[in-house]
Design a protein around this ligand. Structure first.
Ligand code: SF4
Ligand code: SF4
Ligand code: SF4
Length: 359
């Protein structure tokens, strides 16, 4: 069976190679879609993502698992659904959504902040898509993570799992999707604050690859921030992250800035420093990996206000001076003004030149 290394799309979903962090950055080890797929439809081929279309059973579990929204299904948009939500207090694959694996913690928190939310998992056992319970486990993990985040913040926004079979499920999904589209159309004509922020958010996504679910979550938290008891949080929730750069080690090479997929790391306007916005970081780890001098590291806590209001901090700033050996500008860290390249050269070849001079 042939493995497609460059997935363009299938009957069910589309794939954006530039949004996939594994394919965009060769050394990234994301395999969330590979691990969740009950039919092994994804494969890693020469460290890149491959896809065997014949194996895909169109369960949509991989859509919710992908941290960057590189995978999307054509028939259902979890972001649009999470925003309008309609009167759907109970999410069920038998009435209003595909497999609930299509949602992740971002969507669940966005919805729960608007009112109590229940997920109907009564159909999972016995579902042909739920290979060895993999999808059900993943849905529960996302619910747990969303609940943990909300309870850490001291916010009353319950998400429950429902195992009792729902009655009257004969309403077709199509009716709900049609209603959702109407609602989105109505919303598009209103000049609300939410609409404005979404418009801006969307523009930002196209340039920086920050996932839309991340932008929607920030908009929802901003709207409800007065209900939050605390905003200093442990950075293990998979939602927001915090970084620092060690001044003494960083060479201002700019590699981390260049490869950051969401522009969470940016150069200062004078290019002498690096700015970080924890609201845009998706914790992909590319910056940690790419830094040759291990100058960048992840902090154990983050500030939710800083993250959702997209406030940035300057992590490092250098005075640029001319190296007295090669005359090239370099980031000065004190001591004799000699750049790292010349220091390296002296260290590795200095004895050779001394020997040559003595001979
Ligand atoms: S989960 Fe998304 S980012 Fe990760 S390997 Fe799969 S498609 Fe790429
Ligand atoms: S933190 Fe590392 S990768 Fe980023 S500019 Fe400094 S040395 Fe380069
Ligand atoms: S700051 Fe680092 S971990 Fe965060 S998105 Fe950018 S490259 Fe990934």
């Amino acid at each position: 069976m042939a493995v497609n290394s460059f997935i363009q799309g299938s009957q069910l979903f589309t794939y954006s190679g530039s949004n996939c962090i594994r394919n965009d950055y060769f050394h990234n080890e994301c395999r969330a879609c590979v691990d969740i797929c009950p039919k092994d439809a994804f494969e890693i081929v020469r460290n890149r993502l491959g896809f065997v279309e014949e194996r895909c059973i169109e369960c949509a579990g991989c859509i919710g698992a992908c941290p960057t929204e590189a995978l999307q299904i054509k028939s259902f948009d979890p972001n649009a659904f999470a925003l309008v939500r309609l009167e759907a207090d109970v999410l069920t694959c038998k009435k209003n959504t595909p497999c609930l694996g299509v949602f992740d913690r971002h969507h669940l928190i966005t919805m729960a902040l608007e009112g109590p939310l229940a997920l109907d998992l009564s159909h999972c056992s016995g579902c042909s898509l739920n290979g060895e319970g993999m999808l059900e486990r993943s849905i529960k993990e996302q619910v747990d993570a969303a609940q943990r985040f909300l309870s850490r913040c001291g916010v009353e926004a319950p998400i429950t799992i429902n195992y009792a079979k729902q009655e009257n499920l004969e309403n077709s999904r199509r009716m709900l999707f049609r209603a959702a589209i109407e609602k989105v159309k109505e919303g598009a004509t209103e000049e609300s604050v939410m609409d404005m922020s979404l418009t801006r958010s969307h523009q930002k996504t196209t340039s920086s690859h920050e996932p839309l679910k991340h932008l929607h979550l920030k908009a929802a938290i901003k709207k409800h921030i007065v209900r939050f008891q605390t905003t200093t949080l442990v950075a293990d929730d998979g939602l927001f992250f915090n970084k620092q750069i060690t001044f003494e080690s960083c060479t201002n090479c700019g590699d981390c800035v260049q490869f950051c997929p969401t522009d969470a790391l940016r150069a200062t306007p004078d290019k002498h420093g690096i700015i970080f916005g924890s609201g845009a970081c998706i914790g992909c780890g590319i910056c940690d990996h790419i830094c040759k001098v291990d100058a960048i590291s992840t902090l154990p806590e983050y500030d939710l206000v800083e993250a959702v209001f997209d406030r940035s901090r300057e992590l490092v700033h250098y005075e640029m001076v001319k190296c007295q050996e090669c005359r090239c500008p370099y980031p000065y860290r004190g001591g004799e003004p000699i750049c790292d390249r010349c220091l390296d050269f002296q260290k590795n070849f200095g004895s050779m030149f001394t020997l040559a001079r003595d001979v």
